[in-house]
Design a protein around this ligand. Sequence first.
Ligand code: GMT
Length: 375
Amino acid sequence: MKIAIVCYPTFGGSGVVATELGIALANRGHEVHFITYKQPVRLALLSSNIHFHEVFVPEYPLFHYQPYELALSSKLVDMVKLHKIELLHVHYAIPHAYAGYMAKKMLQAEGIMIPMVTTLHGTDITLVGNHPFYKPAVTFSINKSDVVTSVSQSLKEDTLRLFDIKREIDVVPNFIDISKYDHDFTDCQRSLMADEDEKIITHISNFRPVKRIQDVVNVFYKIQQEMPAKLMMVGEGPEKEMAEMMCRDLNIEDRVVFFGNSNEIDKILCFSDLFLLPSETESFGLAALEAMISGVPVISSNTGGIPEVNEHGFSGYLSNVGDVSDMANNALSILKDEAKLLQFKKNAKEQAFKFDIHKIVPLYEMLYNKAFEMA
Ligand code: GMT
């Protein structure tokens, strides 16, 4: 099948899922065309069946805002015709589903029928899309998609609660390529980061307010009061500076490493003992899954789709949003007991196996076939 994938090419989870999906589809013999404004960060190699087409938005002084949707829908039309693309898979409702629908209608006017699959990832529904400024366009684009998927049951329920949806929504969870995380705990140069008696706690995100970065620092503060520990903060975003200042004020700056965005997530996770994800809301929590497949138990909030990923008392622990004390106590209960830590590390990996790429990608292929019937 010839598939166009539209996504955000940045470090966010939706872009990562879209990119990994495209690569997996190409490995399964499909021809995949990524259409976006920049080459996706996790797309290292282009090949005979993985292509990238850049959407260019020319600057024009008349436009106060440069019309990306317009450029994207025109690019989609051109690429579909040029490469005989058979299906559009758009990730994130705004503005991708909207632009995809316009492209579909323009193609239809030329006698070309193409189905569109829309995958909802979370903030397009729970934070941004629900805003009155966007809601009519998001509702319309979802209802006009031939197949709609959401990355968790919780996100499906949120979508049905917040929007007037006439379409069935199929849940297809985030997934993980197990083979990429097949490391031995002895090979990750842990000693460069911490002393032997120190435990390593890690947080990875885009440092947006929804991630509750203050809670990450406060949980770590409580942990390091009880035992030697280091905190690895990976990612860039609006709350990073505040977190750095907080660490200075709390006098723990020598125990916290800020990495910025990193392409070596697997290496960092390889030497981590615990992962913190105290988000306000999280449709799935791909970062937690990436931690778990590296054998890192997760201390998280119990919001959104996280309970579908992190099993309380097995792969980690869940607490109410903002309950920093409970999170710290749960963390300490694992970190202070070597046998329990080892067991939770094993469990985390076992739990992550449920989201093996080889189980999930065929679900998308099935839904592509359904989209052809619907279109
Ligand atoms: O929050 C992020 O890290 C980025 C965000 C995005 O829009 O790319 O991630 C969302 O999609 C991911 C992939 O489906 C999910 O795993 C994340 O849970 C989700 N983020 C939120 O719901 C806050």
